[in-house]
Design a protein around this ligand. Structure first.
Ligand SMILES: [Zn+2]
Length: 268
C-alpha cells in the first residue's frame, strides 16, 4: 500500500497482483478517521489497513459495476457498517440496499468532500470522484489511454465524457485510475506518434519504475495532454499521422477519437 497525505485527507493506493493490474484505493479524513474504499477486490488488505490506522469504513464506492470493481464489497459489508454508493444505473448490479449517487452528488467523509461526476462511456453507470487535488477515474481514463467499450460501453458517450468533462478539468489534478496499463498504452501512443518525445520519455520512466519493482507515479490532466492520444484527438500533429496512414479518414474530432479507440482495440 502506497500512502499519500494531503491537506486533511489520506489516500492509500494498493496494486492488486492480478492479470489486469487493478488498483484498490482507500481514502480517509485525517481528522475524523472516517474512510471510504473504492472498487475493492482485496478486502483483507484494505480492512487490515483500516484497522491498523484506526479508520472507520463509512462507504464502499464502486466507480462502476464490472466484477473486478465490486468483488470485495461483500467481505467488507460482513464486518463493517459501510454503505455502498454507486450510480443509479448500476445499483441493481451491486446491491438493492446500495445508495444512489449521480452527477453533482457530494460524499462527506469527515470534513472531506468527494464530488461525483457521471462519466459514462466505458459503461453507462460509470462515475469519477474528485477529492481535493485528486480524481479517481475507474476505467474511464488510464495513463496514456482510456477505457474500452466492450462490456456495456458506448464510444460516443466515452468521447463526450473525455472531451467535455475530463480533458477540461484543471491541469494539476492528479489521476488515479482503476488499472495500470501504462507500458502497453505508451507503446500504442508511440505507434501513433513515433516522433513524440514526451511519449518516449514517459515510457522510459515507466519502465524504470517497473525495473525497481515499483508502480508508475500517477500523472495529471496536464501531463496526459502531452502523450495520451485520447486527449490529443484534435491536434494537427496527431491528425497528420493518422491521415498519412488512412487518407480517407474524416478529420472530425469525434471520428478521430473513435478511430483511435478502434485502433487500440485491435492493437497488440
Ligand atoms: Zn471496467
Amino acid at each position: 500500500m502506497e500512502i499519500l497525505k494531503k491537506n486533511g485527507y489520506g489516500i492509500g493506493r494498493m496494486s492488486v497482483k492480478n492479470s489486469d493490474n487493478n488498483y484498490n484505493y482507500i481514502v480517509w479524513c485525517t481528522g475524523s478517521l472516517e474512510c471510504a474504499v473504492i472498487d475493492p477486490i482485496d478486502a483483507d488488505v484494505l480492512l487490515y489497513f483500516a484497522r491498523s490506522e484506526a479508520l472507520t469504513v463509512k462507504y464502499i464506492i464502486n466507480t462502476h459495476t464490472h466484477p473486478d470493481h465490486i468483488v470485495g464489497n461483500r467481505a467488507i459489508l460482513k464486518v463493517t457498517k459501510a454503505k455502498i454508493l454507486a450510480h443509479k444505473k448500476g445499483q441493481k448490479y451491486v446491491s438493492s440496499r446500495s445508495v444512489a449517487v449521480d452527477d453533482g452528488s457530494v460524499i462527506d467523509i469527515g470534513k472531506q468532500k468527494i464530488r461525483v461526476i457521471h462519466t459514462p462511456g466505458h459503461c453507462s453507470e460509470h462515475i469519477s470522484l474528485i477529492l481535493g487535488e485528486h480524481i479517481f477515474v475507474g476505467d474511464t481514463l488510464f495513463l496514456a489511454g482510456c477505457g474500452n467499450t466492450k462490456c456495456g460501453g458506448n464510444v460516443d458517450e466515452l468521447y463526450e465524457t473525455i472531451a467535455i468533462k475530463l480533458r477540461t478539468l484543471p491541469e494539476n489534478l492528479i489521476i488515479l485510475p482503476g488499472h495500470d496499463y501504462s507500458e502497453k498504452n505508451l507503446r500504442f501512443s508511440l505507434s501513433i506518434e513515433p516522433r513524440n518525445e514526451a511519449t518516449r520519455l514517459k515510457l522510459e520512466e515507466v519502465k524504470s519504475f517497473y525495473s525497481r519493482g515499483m508502480e508508475p507515479m500517477p500523472t495529471t490532466i496536464g501531463e496526459e495532454k502531452r502523450y495520451n492520444p485520447f486527449f490529443r484527438f484534435d491536434l494537427v500533429e496527431l491528425i497528420e499521422e493518422l491521415k498519412n496512414r488512412k487518407p480517407s479518414l474524416v478529420t472530425d474530432p469525434r471520428a478521430i477519437f473513435k478511430e483511435l479507440r478502434e485502433m487500440r482495440n485491435n492493437w497488440n
